[in-house]
Design a protein around this ligand. Structure first.
Ligand code: BG6
Ligand code: MG
Length: 227
């Protein structure tokens, strides 16, 4: 075996699975979450900024609601909170139902196809309870070997649970997994799980990621395996 092949084999044995966040990584549903949460805030008589919205990325629906209510200084009981969270989800789903495969983020299908061809497993690691519906709408469900989402977890990012379950579902060790994340909490979850954290978005925001890409057009299997 040539030295080049030896190097390739070493790296091929290293990353065996890629775990993808959904919202803001595969598709830009982050904007729809923002719109629906803002509608909720506006109906309750206040507003919040896109900058504040960064803090909502990656965390669960009910934790997001608690943060937003805190920003508006609004106190609700558990029953009221559930009612508002349901309303927000209904508004969000109205937007999701209009989604098409055109909304898949640039470079994602090509990269996932290349991963498959290289024998690298693909799993979803999302906090969303709507992930399967969204993947169906954008016709991406078939790419995934495993789906771990808000229906399978009881600890939110930055806890690594969602990604550790993804590693388990793909029969890989955490150090054999690379995580793609657009959220600060998601990058922290990947690092807490002992995985390679690849930020998707701005390096100014995702400061704890091992590497940051602006879009998947900058990523390839070769680059991944060389990281
Ligand atoms: C995460 C999003 O992926 O899922 C969060 O980044 C969202 O913004 C969370 O709150 C839960 O999503 P859903 O669809 O179950 O309300
Ligand atoms: Mg996200």
């Amino acid at each position: 075996m040539s030295s080049t092949n030896t190097i390739q084999t070493y790296y091929m044995n290293h990353i065996k699975a890629c775990l993808f966040d959904l919202d803001g990584v595969i598709v830009d549903t982050a904007i729809y979450h923002f719109q629906a949460w803002r509608r909720l805030a506006n109906e309750l008589g206040f507003d919040f900024t896109e900058h504040q919205n960064e803090q909502l990325k990656g965390i669960s629906r009910m934790e997001s609601l608690d943060l937003i209510l805190g920003w508006g200084g609004v106190t609700l009981n558990d029953e009221e909170k559930l009612a508002w969270a349901t309303k927000k989800n209904d508004w969000y789903l109205e937007l999701v139902m209009q989604m098409t495969p055109n909304e898949v983020l640039p470079g994602v299908p090509a990269f996932l196809t290349a991963l498959r061809e290289s024998g690298i497993k693909i799993a979803l690691g999302s906090a969303s309870k709507n992930s399967k519906l969204i993947l169906e709408k954008i016709q991406m469900l078939d790419y995934f070997d495993a789906i771990i989402d808000g229906n399978n977890i009881n600890k939110s990012k930055p806890d690594p649970q969602v990604f550790l379950l993804g590693a388990e579902a793909t029969n890989c060790q955490p150090e054999e997994c690379a995580v793609f994340e657009d959220a600060v909490a998601g990058v922290q979850a990947a690092k807490a799980g002992g995985m390679l954290a690849i930020g998707v978005g701005s390096a100014d925001v995702l400061t704890e990621a091992d590497v940051v890409i602006a879009t998947f057009e900058e990523m390839s299997v070769e680059r991944l395996l060389a990281l």
